[in-house]
Design a protein around this ligand. Sequence first.
Ligand code: SF4
Length: 594
Amino acid sequence: MGRKVTGEEALAWGAWRAGVRFVTGYPGTPSKGVFAALQALASHSPSPVPCPSSRHPDASPVFHWAANEKVALELAIGATLAGYPSLVCVKSVGGNVLLDALMTVNLTGVPSPLVIALGDDPSAWHSQNEQDTRWLALMSELPLLEPTDVKSAAKLMEEAFRLSADFSLPVIVRFPKAFATATDEVDEPLPLPVPNPSSLAPSEIGFAPSPDALPSIASGGNALRLHARLHEKLRQVERAYETLLERLSTAMGQGATERWDGDIAVLAVGFCATKVRAVLEAVGDLSQPLRFVPLVTTFPLPRRWLLDALAGVAAVLVVEEGEPIVETQLKALMHEARSPCAVRGKLTGELPREGELTLRRIGLALRALTELPLERVEGLPDPQRPQGFTLRFCDGCPYPPFLEALMAACREKGWELVVASDPGCSIVAIGKPYELVRIKHSMGGAVNFVAALAKLERNPCRRYIAIVGDSDFFHGALLGILNAAYWRAPMAVIVADNGGAAFTGGQPHLGSGFDAAGEFVPPLRMEALLTAAGIPTKVVSSFDADALTESVRWVLDYGDELRALIVREPCPFVPVWTEQGLKRKKTEGKIVGE
Ligand code: SF4
């Protein structure tokens, strides 16, 4: 039976139907919705889908929000060694964190399916940049799929698990924010088992998975041999894409490989296919036919399939979200094939290199190749990400009291504040009325930027402060704090302990006291970790005005050492333990992170 779902839910349904058994990641937008939707499926289903490619076909799925993305991927690799088909949910910048592990698991391969659901954020609606994380697939030489629409996304995710099983390789499924939040009617997940890869003859798939998962070693002693094997797998993946595209096409009517006639073509990559369709529907009848080629298999490029799909066209407009990755590869392919087809897109200026591709931007690019009525194109939506820092804290937020105490203490002493912050709710203090945060880059980075600045500059008129969120603390800041203490950087670290990943919806971390399943787990105490490292540390509530003033003065008076102040007050939107189990103080009125 059909139900209206988001793109993230559709991907979750596909992973469920493929028999996923271990779901991990680090919360971020987009991608956290895939994790949440799988949890919802698991809680509403009496028994999981049997998964013959798992050594534990009847095991219930395990859910775990990891300390960071690298930890998540490494856990998932371990889970596949235990025979658990696994899914890692991360957003764009999280891909940077897991890269280290990705660059060796591509060589060793995985004995059970492993898929990475990777959400990108063109226009940086919820992120510090708008990076195109598809580069990671090219760098790690791993298969990359991109859903073209919500309706076909579940099937695509199933295919990703199948591909991973067939070639014993991690597979990346990349999607942009617009896909994550788009909705369509999709069939409810049914208990459809994935094909058992061990039942396929090795000649059919080339790389039958070993019944013995170990050893899993990438080292100089075998790196060249494994690299050559990876290249051979990629050649076979490219050929396998042709049957994958056929299966998608059969399963979804025209959803995956539809083509229209015409000697001008649009190659719409991933979710851009939905956008191009919307543009063509909005502008009405075209004065000349247009060939429409949606592409879901972005890397390796299905070269034979593409040459066939684009045979005879005079020009092709490549519409892709992010960098001109397909466009660049297609240019090389057409040159190699001595095709007269002109490849147009971002490199040739028809489409902009920055910002999300809106319907109007796509419409204007199409107008450069074919006749479209200008007045209709100009009427297409063109939402732009406003530039500037205008966020404000939610009502009842524990941040403002300690920020104000910090500013008051420095005013009193005549100190200039030099504040760095990690990503998260503290970025609100970049804008008015605070204008406090002056350095902000990556998760866990604030401490390191300030440590070097404080150590090398040593301006007595300045107070050097790193503001770290609680989730940042466990994600990447702790190591930097230990390093700064070891290096004797004179500075203050203020940890805003809000009880969970407040910015992204209150997901738990190692210090929250509950896990992804909502069960109680003894929290790791930050103060115990810091004092064990010899760092003078105090804990204070944000709402205890007198103690807060005194504690802020204490931490700013750091002298030649590193001092830490933990400001502990749960965010009202993060669940906390009560006698009735997990409860949020507030469920409405959240502004930050929405
Ligand atoms: S989500 Fe919570 S911590 Fe973040 S700004 Fe809102 S109230 Fe404050």
